[in-house]
Design a protein around this ligand. Structure first.
Ligand code: BJ8
Length: 425
């Protein structure tokens, strides 16, 4: 903890005592979950460094940006089109909200029976323990689920929040509504930054974000190989860091990691034996530092090879299609790309089980673990249809409902070990 950092956190009105407790808790967890792994790619050193200084260097970069009049825009959902933020010269930051630490803080205000992701994010603001929240000039929310959209109303009392309306159906009328929301968001960002979004700037931003998506696609494609060259935990960490690192640097680091994994694949080198059970996780996103399920699964001898989630394939599978440098066409291409995210907030949402079946085949998985955060009704309900569909396809599935606490870790371990035993060849 450098004096510079402490000064920066003080300027950001961080509650230093709570913040110390948070960082002190993170170190041993990271040691146990990550650094104890054997045979890790050297390229993960960058990500270890990022986590080791999680509230330092990147926050400093954001502060430098702000000093020259630049804006920081914080988001909680992959529906917020980050291209528009970059194109206006602002920096988007996906907020984390994956720790139990801030949950009790939020429970002083929010109902206890709210999902951990919502409580964790709100607790960060209430407890003033997240420098990313404190450094942001605008928080952008969305209407994806009831808990979030009502939380944003309260959050707005603490910090400016703008909410995008995400439709709940995939009809033409909904697409028109969403297109209007994307155009309105452009106006909001232009007003915030004082910068006009030009077709040229937007084309550059589309290329920037697509470049990172392509690098993540490359990483995930490498996980299709048997034996798999990278653990699920490490791939998850690389994806989580992509939410707040600089997009150009992140793309470069991901590609460097993939170059190394290419060599591992060529040499037949894996992180787990070729016959280790291969698991696909599908469901709620896992914000940093939520590594709980991956850790239990991989400690039991299996390997997670894919996540169908917003901290997985839903984050990068689709690119914004190339268009001429014309604002209207670019905005339509952006709106179309984001409407294709198969979040459980949509009804019906049959594309999601279709995706899971396709991914299960592509990644040669032995079983699917359906993961939903407790009190997340959209994913919990969709678990029923997912189970029906996977049964028809002959793909074994285990349903897990959990939160960020460690209270159920023993019980989860027992259930996961029994599942792995059942699906072993
Ligand atoms: S596009 S998955 S990131 S909404 S887990 S807060 S849904 S009660 S996070 Fe999500 Fe966007 Fe959808 Fe993805 Fe509500 Fe459920 Fe909590 Fe959730």
């Amino acid at each position: 903890m450098t004096t510079d950092n402490v000064r920066m956190w003080t300027d950001l009105n961080i509650d230093l005592k709570s913040h110390d407790m948070l960082l002190n808790a993170l170190g041993p967890i990271f040691q146990e979950v990550y650094l104890s792994q054997k045979n890790r790619p050297a390229g993960m050193g960058f990500y270890d460094f990022v986590v080791g200084d999680i509230h330092g260097i990147r926050v400093k970069e954001l502060r430098e940006h702000a000093k020259t009049g630049g804006k920081v825009v914080a988001t909680y959902c992959v529906f917020v089109p980050e291209e528009l933020v970059w194109a206006a010269g602002a920096i988007p930051v996906g907020l984390c909200a994956g720790t139990q630490f801030s949950v009790p803080m939020a429970e002083e205000v929010l109902p206890r029976n709210t999902c951990a992701l919502i409580k964790s994010s709100f607790g960060f603001k209430l407890g003033r323990v997240c420098p990313y929240v404190q450094a942001s000039h605008l928080i952008v929310g969305e209407t994806t689920c009831d808990g979030k959209k009502k939380m944003f109303e309260i959050l707005n009392q603490y910090q400016p929040v703008y909410v995008m309306e995400v439709p709940n159906k995939k009809t033409e009328r909904s697409r028109t509504l969403w297109h209007g929301e994307v155009v309105a968001f452009k106006d909001v960002i232009e007003k915030l930054t004082g910068n006009k979004i030009t077709p040229k700037k937007l084309a550059e931003a589309i290329d920037l974000v697509n470049g990172r998506r392509l690098a993540l696609q490359r990483l995930y494609n490498l996980r299709k190989v048997r034996p798999v060259p990278i653990s699920g935990k490490d791939a998850l960490l690389a994806t989580q860091v992509s939410f707040y690192d600089d997009a150009a640097r992140d793309t470069q680091m991901l590609n460097t990691l993939c170059d190394e994994l290419d060599k591992r694949v060529a040499a037949g080198q894996g992180v787990a034996p070729a016959n280790a059970p291969r698991i696909l996780i599908s469901g709620s996103p896992m914000a940093i530092p939520n590594w709980k399920l991956h850790h239990i699964i991989e400690s039991a001898g299996a390997v997670v090879v894919c996540e169908e989630s917003c901290t997985g394939t839903r984050f990068f599978s689709d690119l914004v299609k190339p268009t001429p440098h014309n604002l209207e066409q670019q905005l339509t291409a952006i709106a179309d790309r984001y409407m294709n995210i198969h979040c459980a907030c949509f009804t019906p949402n049959d594309e999601r089980p279709d995706d899971v079946v396709r991914l299960a085949k592509e990644y040669q998985v032995d079983g699917v673990i359906h993961y939903n955060l407790q009190f997340c009704h959209t994913y919990a309900n969709e678990g029923y249809k997912m189970a029906e569909r996977l049964e028809k396809e002959g793909i074994p599935m285990l349903r897990i409902e959990t939160d960020y606490s460690d209270e159920d870790a023993g019980q989860l371990r027992t259930r996961i070990e029994a599942f792995l035993e059942m699906i072993k060849h």
